[in-house]
Design a protein around this ligand. Structure first.
Ligand code: C6P
Length: 400
């Protein structure tokens, strides 16, 4: 059996999405900006796709949604644009990000810092959550941007973006949120949220890879991402990725349709897996389940290196991860575990299981069986587990 539980890294393309994209490779391949029928035959599909994308996040027509190549690009674009417009010009000198943003935000913030600006890395608490009120203490009249993700990719923790948006509006500071892990997992409505910029990526909700987007509220215009031929309202020049945009539109529509299913059925399967794994002694979950996206579990098995667990799971055909896929090769401690100050023997033990609407009960049952066996085997050969002292501090609130 092969079981895919790494949906926060990427997802299977919904077959309906693939079907809708297919004609735009070999039949309707015109450049939409050309002046002939090969171009114009792409227009209806592009229009429909963009309407679905706007509808999916409740963006009003006067606001902009710019299609990019990925969320990494969207995140880089917002932060660097703010740097060029606000910081380099001397108007402002400070940005705020959380300490557990995706590397595409953290690394860009570090670059901004290296250019001489001040960056505040807002801490998470022992539950892996941001406390919105802490933002008040760090915002100044020199703050150019607050960038805090909607849902964390490692724990699934949902951050208080509504309160954060209000605080930003109160101080007149633009607010950007990375909503990559929120689309299709929680309702996303840019009009209900005080948000100026919002990032998302099609491949996280059963769309194609290589298609991201940035929502920009009217009045919060940015420096163009790419100068050139003025596509995407002049924000991002370059020939449009027609199949990709069509795919993102269809995937967005399907994600909105499947939201209730995700919040009930997927959550139920996730809880079934979590309940069974927490029966294993010395296991820990950082963020309470009602404060997480419905598909994610980050769980620690004391005494077992996350990578060893992944190895055993992979041999049994199960795909999971130790955290962010882009940080998985460096064998560093999981960034959330590090941020909450987990004890050394727990920091490297986190394993992330992320489900999707394609996950089945049979797959979860099989996973439970395999994990239980793996824990027994790996703890049997783990010296750190055997010699863990009595009353040993975890740095975490033990759920078991
Ligand atoms: N997170 C993970 O395993 P791209 O691939 O550039 O479209 O998405 C980047 C990205 C940005 N923000 C968040 C919150 C994300 O989760 C991701 C991708 C994957 O967690 C791969 S590192």
């Amino acid at each position: 059996m092969r079981v895919y539980l790494d949906n926060n890294a990427t997802t299977i393309v919904d077959p309906h999405v693939f079907e809708e994209m297919e004609p735009y490779f070999v039949q309707k391949y015109g450049n939409p900006n050309s002046l002939h029928s090969f171009a114009s035959e792409t227009h209806p599909a592009l229009k429909t796709a963009m309407e679905k994308i706007y509808a999916g996040i409740h963006a009003p027509k006067e606001d902009s949604v710019v299609i990019t190549s990925c969320a990494t690009e969207s995140n880089n674009w917002v932060l660097k644009s703010i740097y060029f417009e606000q910081i380099l010009t001397g108007k402002k000198n400070h940005i705020v990000v959380s300490e557990v943003e995706h590397p595409s935000v953290i690394a860009t913030a570090k670059w901004i810092e290296s250019m001489g600006a001040k960056v505040t890395y807002l801490p998470i608490n022992h539950e892996g959550l941001i406390e919105a009120e802490k933002l008040r203490e760090v915002i100044t009249d020199k703050t150019a941007l607050v960038s805090i993700m909607w849902a964390n990719n490692e724990t699934g923790a949902i951050f208080p973006v509504y309160e954060i948006g209000e605080i930003c509006a109160e101080f007149g500071v633009p607010f950007h949120t990375d909503a990559v892990q929120a689309i299709g997992k929680v309702p996303v409505d840019v009009q209900a949220l005080n948000v100026d910029y919002l990032t998302f990526s099609a491949h996280k909700f059963h769309g194609p890879k290589g298609v991201g987007a940035l929502y920009i509220k009217k009045g919060r215009e940015l420096t163009p991402c790419f100068h050139g031929g003025s596509q995407m309202g002049g924000y991002r020049s370059g020939t449009l990725n027609v199949p990709g945009i069509v795919g993102m539109g269809k995937a967005m529509e399907a994600a909105v349709d499947a939201l209730d299913f995700e919040m009930t059925e997927v959550r139920e399967l996730r809880d079934m897996l979590e309940d069974a794994l927490l029966e294993i002694p010395d296991t820990f979950v950082v963020t309470p389940r009602n404060k997480r996206t419905p598909n994610t579990i980050l769980i620690s098995f004391r005494g077992i290196e996350g990578e060893s667990m992944l190895w055993d799971l992979n041999r049994a055909g199960i795909a999971a991860s130790t955290g962010s896929a882009c940080a998985s090769e460096d064998l560093e401690a999981n960034s959330v575990m590090e941020a909450i100050g987990a004890a050394e023997d727990l920091a490297h033990t986190a394993v992330r299981f992320s489900l999707s609407r394609y996950t089945t009960e049979e797959e979860i049952e099989y996973t439970i069986e395999v994990v239980k066996k793996a824990v027994e085997r790996l703890r049997g050969i783990s010296s750190s587990y055997a010699y863990a002292p009595e009353g040993h501090e975890s740095g975490l609130d033990a759920h078991h």
